[in-house]
Ligand binder design. Structure first.
Ligand code: OFO
Length: 183
């Protein structure tokens, strides 16, 4: 009896997404190392924490594929690419990478909808929300750096941003989660 509950296309998409999450973790690791080497310990901590989050996302995909009786295919992780050229570039690249990941997840949401695979569709909703949070978080960071002068931000303002980031919450608050009682 066949106990595999994923179609070949969905299984392949989920396996590819698992690798994308691992790739995201490598990018955060590389940028975190770059930040530390350049004296930005707050930014480095923030990026290292996110590397862990991305690894957890990778595990969520792996566990889901196994839960559905399908086959996990662990693939090579692509190189994270060149280091950022500065703090602004670091968060610009991070934002682009998050948007790319969101788009990849949306594609699988659409695929699962088209195939009426409601279990996978439901599983992916957690990621849809997570990506919104992550995009907002990085967007907020980019806004702060832009106010400080973007690529031309002074060492002094980058010092303050770096210090504040050491104690920043990793979760972005979403407006849609607000209620009248808890605005
Ligand atoms: Fe996996 O959440 Fe970002 O990319």
């Amino acid at each position: 009896m066949n106990t595999n509950r994923l179609s070949t296309t969905i299984c392949e998409a989920l396996n590819n997404q698992m690798t994308k999450e691992a790739h995201a973790a490598q990018i955060y690791l590389a940028y975190g190392s770059w930040a530390d080497a350049n004296g930005y310990q707050g930014i480095s901590n923030f990026l290292f924490r996110h590397a862990n989050e991305e690894r957890n996302h990778m595990m969520k995909f792996l566990e889901y594929i196994l839960e559905r009786g399908a086959t996990v295919r662990v693939q090579a992780i692509p190189d994270p690419g060149p280091n950022p050229t500065g703090v602004f570039d670091c968060f610009k690249k991070t934002f682009e990478q998050e948007v790319g990941n969101t788009e990849a997840i949306y594609k699988i949401v659409k695929q699962s909808f088209d195939e009426a695979d409601w279990a996978t569709w439901n599983f992916l909703q957690w990621f849809v929300k997570e990506q919104t949070e992550e995009e907002t978080l990085v967007m907020n960071m980019l806004d702060k750096i832009k106010i400080a002068g973007g690529e031309k931000a002074s060492d002094e303002s980058l010092y303050s941003i770096d210090r504040d980031l050491g104690s920043t919450d990793d979760e972005a608050e979403l407006a849609r989660d607000k209620t009248v009682e808890a605005p």
